[in-house]
Design a protein around this ligand. Sequence first.
Ligand SMILES: *Cc1c(COP(=O)(O)O)cnc(C)c1O
Length: 455
Amino acid sequence: MLRHLPSIDRLLGDPAWDDAPDVPHIVRKRACRAVVEQLRGDVLAKRIDALPDPSAVAASAVAHARELARPALQRVVNGTGVILHTNLGRAPLAADALAAIASVAGRYTNLEMDLVSGVRDSRHGRLIDAFARIIGCEDVVVANNNAAAVFLALCAVAAGQEVVVSRGELVEIGGSFRMPAIMEASGAQLREVGATNRTHLRDYEAALTAGARVVMKVHRSNFAQVGFTKEVSIEQLGALCAEHDALLLHDLGMGVLDRAPGVARSSGKSVESVRRSLDAGAHVVLFSGDKLLGGPQAGILAGQADVLTTIRKHPVMRLVRPGKLCLLALEATLLAWERDPTGASLPVARMLAASADDLKLVAEALAEQLRSPDLDARVVPCESTPGGGSLPGTGIPSWSVALKHSRKSDAELAAALRTHQPSVVGRIEDGLVRIDVRTLLPGDADVVVAAAAAV
Ligand SMILES: *Cc1c(COP(=O)(O)O)cnc(C)c1O
């Protein structure tokens, strides 16, 4: 039977390729080889007892080639209701940020040149001005991501010193970012204070009286503490550190500049923001560009000029500096916030603010379009979440379309939607595939309809 395997040339000459004109020859060849190898294996292992005819083999080669030619990162429709979904790339960028990238990134840019004097200049002079206007800081340093920002800050200002951290804030963020491990790698010595559930001002005070000179507060980004708990506020820490002439770093994680999103304000908890921490006396506040700020992946260090100058001069700065794509998108995102502090032009802020009543109408219209003899589509209430390590324990009332296929299981239906082009990722709950409409972007509903029709 092996003698009758179709030749690579036979497969490459098949008319099936007419449907895939964009797939390059080299990819076609790789796909044909892979498919023939697969068949050879099947024959040798006696998994098949007859060869498919050559045109069927060519059709699978074409399908495989299409798969190979596809970029690794593709568009995905987020039907999960998790707004900053880390696995789905966190924040979708604002139109302004995309426009900034599109108009400049394909050309040269004054990344490190002052155009008036013609001499070398810092990468983010203008960005510092924008941050200064919006959050009232003296200076800003931008790194690739917030984990890098935390590491950079610790290396620059805390290596060889004790850093006081509450036992309730020794977080693991995911992707193996654990505060104690980052401390150790930076050369700082972790000085834990308090208990897991309760840390008092006097706990910090004792450490400072004993000689520690750096305090770090860490936002509990992905878990909430309830019950018998006690946390020292940034205001209390600011006053204490001023008294002891100690440095106060605040790893806020989420990029809430000033005005916190309504969902956070209505939760009744006191809302943290970059401006609040700076006002409270934090020397440096660290946060992500792609959490609630809704910009590109970045880590931002905002605060006092003298401390940030030390940080900027540290050798690790060169290792974690952002590229021009990030800076272009970040500046445009900031200017969008400055123009409209409600964030109306930012997808993340819009999703957070969308009212349940409006979303119900969207869900009803979508369900109407999705319904077919094979597909039951019902509108059901659900809860969205900010996600991405921002406001843990905060649920936002929302609406979703719950789908049930007459012949497919929930897992099969979810997989069919996920592998459609573009992909649709929903959530399985109570045996139904749910699409939370809060996280749909303009044009996404049409993709969901097409994906469901193709099932
Ligand atoms: C998310 C987060 C980080 C890591 O930020 P990335 O931008 O994901 O690198 C660090 N600290 C806190 C408190 C966070 O919430």
